[in-house]
Design a protein around this ligand. Structure first.
Ligand code: GLU
Length: 508
């Protein structure tokens, strides 16, 4: 989509209102891919002119999530660049200058309606079923009148004089999009507090930062004709636009940050929405990226698994679809399971430790994992292979990281597996303890022979022995195979835990 001479420059322009959400991450990925594919530049610009919406340290969080995904920018916060500053709040003087030019050229005007007057316009628009609300004053206030009103302390804004013609956008994905004349109104460029609106700052910066391609979500589509009108008024070039499909939940609702609040209100576990949620829940960035790439883009073949270099080689805007993308969580989980086997053991270890660090404050198993040797963590990961997320590794293998006396017994498991039938499970644990005490070698085979021997002596099924043993040493009914479980613990820890269990739950 570019001519050979054009150096591609793209940007991701988040408003710092919280963590990077999944739609934003997809926008980052597609911009990054386009820049990398063509040897262009990827700019990160922080759109922080809406002071009321800016949240503390959001930029830091967004930057961290982009780094976690491995999508580094070439210009922007922390790295600088020749066309900065890259925070809009530090560019106010630039916007004022451009607003003055528009005023001087007669392409914009001061508007000074009171909130009551604006409310009355909204009312009449409703009554008359007009899609636009603002009615351009006739005659327009002069610059001198605007300045005088400002001096007098009135709330004065600057509005663009929209052209009285339909505005056409050529979208690289959607084709021709038209903003019909009757939907075009004179929108605000500069607010009364002296800050630019999103539209104005975005258009000025796309020009000054020499952006060639704007890839952003389809929710911005109807902003684009406004941006084009503004570019014309300012004598700017128009970048190429490509609006990415909206991301939907499987139930057909639009995926949004509010899904979390809705779930909490219903007493349900909030779904992962932000990149940080997926990271904390134990997904690999490799899996998330692979999954994000397929939210709207397709390789055109049956291929499913891609890492960043492969994506870079294959990515084209032409293969981004028009239709909504479905966020299939089951598919993401299966990608994660697969990616856990595709990355190197060293990479898996690093990712698990990152997960454990994020969860150490809330989960004693995660905290304990961070104190373990790397080689031991790798053994636990191997014993839990096939896991969905790292959270499953904690559930299934977390027992191995804990000190013996830190193991807590799940009350239901104790009741059902150890104490039921007067107490059958405890008798099994006692018999196993004796047999393991006599065992000198500790291997999967010797462990198995003990389990088999106790099983046949007591005339039980395999589960009748393995489950009490599992609950006794892990506190729970879920762990890797019984041989793997006991091999991870070793002889001393196994015996210590069996004895502790007998002491805690054996006959008084
Ligand atoms: N700050 C806007 C947002 O976060 C950027 C939109 C755009 O890419 O133009 O949605």
């Amino acid at each position: 989509m570019n001519s050979a001479s054009e150096k591609i420059r793209v940007r991701f322009a988040p408003s710092p209102t919280g963590y990077l959400h999944i739609g934003g991450a997809r926008t980052v990925l597609f911009n990054w891919l386009l820049a990398r594919k063509h040897g262009g530049a990827f700019v990160l610009r922080i759109e922080d002119t809406d002071q009321a919406r800016n949240l503390e340290d959001s930029t830091g969080k967004i930057v961290e999530d982009m780094r976690w995904l491995g999508l580094q920018w070439d210009e922007g916060p922390e790295v600088g660049g020749g066309l900065g500053p890259y925070f809009q709040s530090r560019r106010l003087e630039i916007y004022s200058r451009h607003a003055e030019q528009l005023l001087a050229d007669g392409n914009a005007y001061y508007a000074m309606e009171t909130p009551e007057e604006l409310a009355a316009m909204r009312e009449s628009a409703k009554r008359e079923r007009r899609s636009t609300t603002y009615i351009r004053p006739d005659p327009l206030p002069t610059v001198a009148e605007g300045l005088a009103a400002k001096q007098a302390g009135r709330a004065v804004v600057i509005r663009l004089k929209m052209p009285r013609e339909d505005i056409r956008v050529h979208d690289e994905i959607l084709g021709e999009v038209v903003l019909p004349l009757e939907q075009a109104e004179d929108f605000v460029l500069m607010k009364s507090d002296g800050f630019p609106t999103y539209h104005f700052a975005c258009v000025v910066d796309d020009e000054l930062m020499q952006i060639t391609h704007v890839l952003r979500g389809q929710e911005h589509l109807m902003n684009t004709p406004k941006h084009i009108a503004l570019q014309r008024a300012l004598g700017f070039h128009t970048p190429r636009y490509a609006h990415l499909p909206v991301i939907f939940n499987m139930d057909g609702t639009k995926m949004s940050k509010r899904d979390k609040e809705k779930a909490i209100a219903k007493g349900m576990k909030p779904p992962e929405i932000d990149v940080h949620d997926f990271r904390t829940a134990g997904y690999l960035p490799e899996a998330l990226l692979n999954f994000l790439a397929l939210l709207g883009w397709s390789p055109g073949e049956e291929l499913e698994f891609f890492d960043l270099p492969e994506l870079k080689a294959r990515f084209t805007i032409e293969r981004v679809g028009k239709t909504n993308a479905k966020f299939d969580r089951e598919k993401l989980i299966s990608f994660n399971t697969t990616w856990a086997t595709r990355v190197t053991p060293a990479r898996l270890l690093e990712a698990f430790k990152d997960f454990a660090r994020l969860n150490a404050g809330a989960d004693s198993r995660a905290a304990a994992a961070l104190r373990a040797e790397d080689s031991f963590i790798q053994r636990v990961l191997a014993a839990c292979s096939g896991f969905r997320t790292f959270a499953d590794v904690l559930i299934k293998g977390g027992f191995a990281f804990l000190d013996d006396d830190a193991v807590t017994y799940d009350a239901k498991a104790v009741e059902k597996v150890l104490l039921k039938n007067n107490p059958q499970g405890i008798k099994v644990v006692a018999a196993l303890t004796e047999a393991f005490e006599r065992l000198s070698s500790w291997s999967a085979e010797s462990i198995d022979s003990v389990v088999q021997q106790v099983r046949s002596t007591l005339g039980l099924q395999m589960g009748g022995v393995a489950q009490p043993l599992r609950v006794a040493v892990t506190g729970n009914t879920i762990s890797p195979s019984i041989q793997d479980t006991l091999m991870l613990l070793g002889r001393n820890q196994t015996l210590a835990r069996l004895q502790r269990c007998l002491k805690a739950h054996g006959q008084k």
